[in-house]
Ligand binder design. Structure first.
Ligand SMILES: Cc1cc2nc3c(=O)[nH]c(=O)nc-3n(C[C@H](O)[C@H](O)[C@H](O)COP(=O)(O)OP(=O)(O)OC[C@H]3O[C@@H](n4cnc5c(N)ncnc54)[C@H](O)[C@@H]3O)c2cc1C
Length: 382
């Protein structure tokens, strides 16, 4: 039996759910297909930082996108609450990027200067000033860059709230619904095939993280993506140890609205294995204890891991497929899909509507790479 709709979105992570919500707000008929549960992959593993300034100073296109997306969160929080009744755990306390060496101090000073030139707040704090803000910090830190607008949310709650708000606005959200292949007629994608039959639509949007590649290959195209595993820990204390996110290159600590303290995250590229390793946990806890010595007294809650979707260029693919009409991609948001989800959803909805885009997509173009079964890859027009 054939089933028809305006837009089919493949993937119920934060990216697919944000797109479903933004399209539904504009009155477009959407069906979101998720093979497992909503937020069952990376989007439930994320720490939820909106770290536009801590993460992106070296990558200009993403820095601008990240700041624009971060600025959308206060209004988004209220709108998602109004449509879904759900809280996304927005904590607006900012982030301390803590220096643990002289080199860090020099680097962070330079970053602070660049960020201030971009109009952002970035304040250098001496060790004494940092300790005045967060009294449990180790006394031998070298100071900290205070990024007062790098806030945080609860990642699974955000993803579920997008999906729930989209459903309230008319979207059809189907869990346990795996897309097996794309349907191609000449140069156009006309729908998807699933176990229950064919689903036709005007536009297919692939938001299936690293699994987007397998779907593109069903119609003879490639999309280079690879997994980067990240492990995390949650602990709890009777009294919160910190109020702001504490961030270093190797480890961050994020105090959540529900009282848990998240410690993350390891970075292991090119593995699909999700087991949490003793080595990963020891490495994280070693840095966490050096930063906040009193964490030794915290109660252990749980560990988990997730697979971040990364691309060879380190930039996500967002936009129309260059050779297949009726196909759009939003995948490869690596460490920052939570942060980038509002703007990604909004710009994808602009594209579907054919209106002026809210942000520039030039840096995020989808490559036209042919793929054949013998795995021969031919780069075309990349
Ligand atoms: C440990 C860790 C910490 C992180 N911390 C942060 C952070 O602090 N801030 C931040 O912004 N980002 C963070 N991230 C990154 C963020 O989690 C990701 O960038 C984001 O979740 C990617 O969202 P997605 O929707 O593309 O992918 P996913 O959440 O992986 O969703 C893709 C979905 O597609 C579905 N799917 C795949 N194939 C099919 C198919 N054939 N049919 C139907 N459905 C399909 C999958 O089941 C999955 O649910 C972190 C990630 C990890 C792992």
């Amino acid at each position: 039996m054939e089933q028809t709709v305006d837009v089919i979105i493949v993937g119920g992570g934060v990216i697919g759910c944000s797109i479903a919500y933004h399209l539904s707000k504009r009155g477009i008929k959407v069906r979101l297909l998720e093979r497992g549960r909503i937020a069952s992959e990376a989007s439930s593993a994320a720490a939820g930082m909106l770290a536009a300034q801590a993460e992106f100073i070296d990558s200009v296109p993403l820095f601008d996108w990240a700041r624009q997306s971060r600025a959308m969160f206060p209004a988004l929080t209220a709108d998602l609450q109004a449509h879904s009744g759900m809280e996304i755990g927005l904590v607006q306390q900012g982030l301390l990027r803590v220096a643990t060496s002289e080199e860090d101090v020099l680097r962070y000073h330079a970053q602070a200067e660049l960020q201030r030139q971009s109009g952002e707040s970035a304040q250098w704090l001496s060790a004494q000033e940092a300790l005045a803000l967060e009294g449990t910090l180790a006394s031998d830190v070298y100071g900290a860059l205070y990024l007062e607008n790098d806030h945080q949310v609860v990642a699974p709650s955000l993803t579920l709230a997008y999906a729930s708000a989209a459903a309230a606005l008319g979207a059809e959200i189907r869990e346990h619904s795996e897309v097996q292949e794309l349907l191609r007629e000449g140069g156009r994608i006309t729908g998807v095939r699933m176990q229950d039959g064919i689903h036709r639509c005007q536009q297919v949007i692939i938001a299936s993280s690293i699994w987007s590649q397998a779907l593109l290959r069903t119609v003879g195209y490639d999309l280079p993506l690879y997994p980067v595993k990240g492990e995390c820990i949650a602990v709890r204390t009777n009294k919160p140890l910190i109020r702001r996110t504490i961030y270093t290159d190797n480890c961050y600590l994020v105090p959540k609205a529900n009282g848990e303290l998240l410690i993350g995250a390891t970075v292991t590229p090119h593995t699909m294995q999700r087991h949490v390793t003793v080595g990963g946990i020891l490495a994280l806890m070693g840095v966490a204890e050096r930063l906040i010595p009193s964490i030794r007294g915290a109660t252990w809650i749980r560990t988990w891991s997730g697979l971040r979707p990364q691309t060879p260029q380190g930039l996500p693919y967002i936009g129309n497929h260059p050779e297949l009409a009726g196909l759009m991609i939003a995948a490869g948001h690596y460490r920052n899909g939570i942060l980038l989800s509002p703007l990604t959803g909004s710009v994808m909805a602009d594209l579907v509507e054919g209106i002026e885009l809210a942000a520039d997509l030039t840096a995020f173009q989808v490559p036209a790479m042919r793929w054949s079964k013998d795995q021969e890859m031919t780069g075309v027009g990349i």
